[in-house]
Design a protein around this ligand. Sequence first.
Ligand SMILES: Cc1cc2nc3c(=O)[nH]c(=O)nc-3n(C[C@H](O)[C@H](O)[C@H](O)COP(=O)(O)OP(=O)(O)OC[C@H]3O[C@@H](n4cnc5c(N)ncnc54)[C@H](O)[C@@H]3O)c2cc1C
Length: 444
Amino acid sequence: MADNLRIAIIGAGMGGLATALSLAKSGHKNITIYETAPGLGFVGAGIQLAPNMARILDRLGCWKQIAAEAVQCSDTYIREGSTNKELGHVKLDYVEKTYGYPHMVGHRASLANSLYDGCLKEPSITFKLGSLISEAQFGPNPSFKLTPVGAPDEERRVECDILLAADGVKSQTRVSMLTSLNETATVKDSGQAAYRIMLTREQMAHDPELLALIEADTVTRWIGEKKHIIAYPIHNKQIYNISTAQPDTNFSTAPNTTYTTTGSKSAMMGVYDDFCPMIHRMLDLVPDGDVVEWKLRVHEPLRTWVHGSSALVGDACHPTLPHLAQGAAQAIEDGAVLGVVLAPSRIADGSPDSINAALKVYESVRKERAEALVELAAENGRQMHLGSGKAKEERDKIFAALKSGKGPVPDKWADADVQKMIYGLDVVDEAEKACLAQGLVAKL
Ligand SMILES: Cc1cc2nc3c(=O)[nH]c(=O)nc-3n(C[C@H](O)[C@H](O)[C@H](O)COP(=O)(O)OP(=O)(O)OC[C@H]3O[C@@H](n4cnc5c(N)ncnc54)[C@H](O)[C@@H]3O)c2cc1C
């Protein structure tokens, strides 16, 4: 029976959890998630919850829980970092009317926990935490090595019928897949790093300008040469989430070095030294020792995401710079599409050929879109980080034209045409249409 196929998902991040939940909702009864972490105590910073993500989470029954503590954004300001001068202001309240969901910002933990809670309610999903997966093998009967964390003697090979690897930007499964296909594509160094900071309302309350920031329903981006800061209130406006992007100077350029490091506060203050006094006061609230710096990594596009009965999901196949706030949204779109194409009724005979055909439809619906957004996010970073010169002057003219309500928004995530392309497309509908076009018709 196709609904009892052994589905193995590697990684319990947004991509893995969304994939498991979508497959459970589509009728699969035998789904196992393998995750290295011994427990899923989700922590971390804020995250933008775009309408294309919200639409899927609502279908999966997770959205209400997230929306209850998220903040709805009514507008966004793009400001010059050095002066705090307004460059552009875009109202976002049209988003809900147009796309059915508002643009919200929330706590990463709330997004992950609601997906995890959804998975826990599904008897068909089993978690194998503390499982390090390596040496995946592909073809019609995928398998991989499972090493229990802390118990290497119990290492064993596990077989499955469908292998879905959502093991993140450092994906070992991607490496194994490329080796097996005799192909190369490498992790690219973006040359950028990010500080991720969360300030509490109490920390900001004494300063009227900072208090106004946490009280507004606003996403603010302060831009400067080769760097920017984006910030918004989360957790019912009890936390102000700040994320930066600047040249990476603290990490080795070797691709395998750590992705996070304890940053130095004085180095951070130095990087934003030419930003305005209000930003200095804001950054200065971060306690010494609490500065965390992330390396931002991307990857060369892969020729394919699919090998036999296996596929890559999320950052494992399309890691995206955060400048469009779409990485997790795209991982969740992957999961939703996998739920459609691999529905037990569509791969009724459960054969490796049917599974491979379904995974190819997944790739056809997802790859071009996700990779276009990877490129658009990188381009948005380049635009926001312009220094002096002609290109900057042109950009600032476009910002200036916005004041009379005209023209495109240089900060692409706030541009109406880009939003239409990202939020206006329902990937589940697209997947249904693609299944029909490929003859992957539900058989009851
Ligand atoms: C600064 C910053 C800001 C961002 N802001 C946004 C935003 O506003 N909106 C948005 O949509 N996206 C945003 N993103 C992107 C988003 O965080 C990622 O795209 C998303 O988390 C990717 O999810 P994933 O499930 O593919 O991978 P991950 O979240 O990396 O999950 C991978 C999982 O696999 C596990 N794993 C790895 N290797 C193994 C192994 N060998 N065996 C078993 N388990 C393994 C890991 O422990 C992990 O749990 C941002 C990213 C950054 C860096």
